[in-house]
Design a protein around this ligand. Structure first.
Ligand code: 13P
Length: 247
């Protein structure tokens, strides 16, 4: 944790669930979110479920995020979604540059940077993801890779706009494997040096109720970006409860 920075536990639902399940999950998270608890909460459902999840979260402490946006404000971009559209249906945040999009959709740092700028222009808070592959980690390049991604992916004004950074080692996503606490702390210290004192730095990659307390207690870890465990309300809330009160 970082003194003075409110932690955030964000759930990335990826491409999972039905509309009914999304409503139920959002409702359960909203019901379980404790006012005045240590951590802020956010859920990021698939695009079609955003309005229903916004309705399920209404009046709660839980924020709404999307999983991507286009860099352009509008135009001939079949299948894409503009940041202002997300804002209009109640999103306040958008996850950008997730490694699954970098890998499957060829998103470069420059693309991510343009998307983050578009999100900020529309009044959304970008959550920009960075993280090394297993080969890069084994080659001792993790920190250099992450520094390079940050340098290329963050637009000017990112910190001032409340932009959030998520460190997600690619090899830790959905695998049940996590870096050592020392390795997470080392990368987050490097992120902090770039991001400035007030930027929230999330860790993501196989965060579960069983490891959340240790990870969230590390210096410069200001929360988590949770995949699989965010699909089970009790697990997601247990991760949030692992945040040490008062930071
Ligand atoms: P898991 O928590 O399932 O490893 O996913 C992490 C992630 O990719 C969140 O964006």
């Amino acid at each position: 944790m970082t003194p003075g920075v409110q932690p955030l536990i964000a759930g990335n639902w990826k491409m999972h669930g039905t509309l009914a399940e999304a409503r139920a999950l959002a409702g359960a998270v909203a019901a379980g979110a404790k006012a005045g608890a240590g951590a802020g909460l956010l859920v990021a459902p698939p695009f079609p479920f955003l309005p229903a999840v916004a309705a399920a979260l209404a009046g709660s402490q839980v924020a709404l995020g999307a999983q991507d946006c286009h860099a352009a404000p509008k135009g001939a971009h079949t299948g894409d979604v503009a940041a202002a559209m997300l804002r209009e249906v109640g999103a306040t945040h958008v996850i950008l540059g997730h490694s699954e999009r970098r890998a499957a959709h060829g998103e470069t740092d420059a693309v991510v940077q343009a998307k983050a700028a578009a999100a900020m222009a529309a009044g959304l808070i970008p959550i920009v993801c960075v993280g090394e592959s297993e080969a890069q980690r084994l080659a001792g390049e993790a920190e250099a890779v992450v520094r390079g991604q940050l340098a290329g992916s963050l637009p000017p004004g990112f910190a001032a706009a409340g932009g959030i950074i998520a460190y997600e080692p690619v090899w830790a996503i959905g695998t049940g494997r996590t870096p050592t606490e020392a390795d997470i702390a080392a990368i987050h210290a490097a992120l902090r040096a770039v991001a400035g004192p007030a930027t929230r730095l999330l860790y993501g990659g196989s965060v579960k109720p069983g490891n959340a307390k240790e990870i969230l207690a590390l210096p410069n870890v200001d929360g988590a970006l949770v995949g699989g465990a965010s699909l089970v309300a009790a697990d997601f809330l247990a991760i949030a409860a692992a945040v040490r009160p008062g930071g």
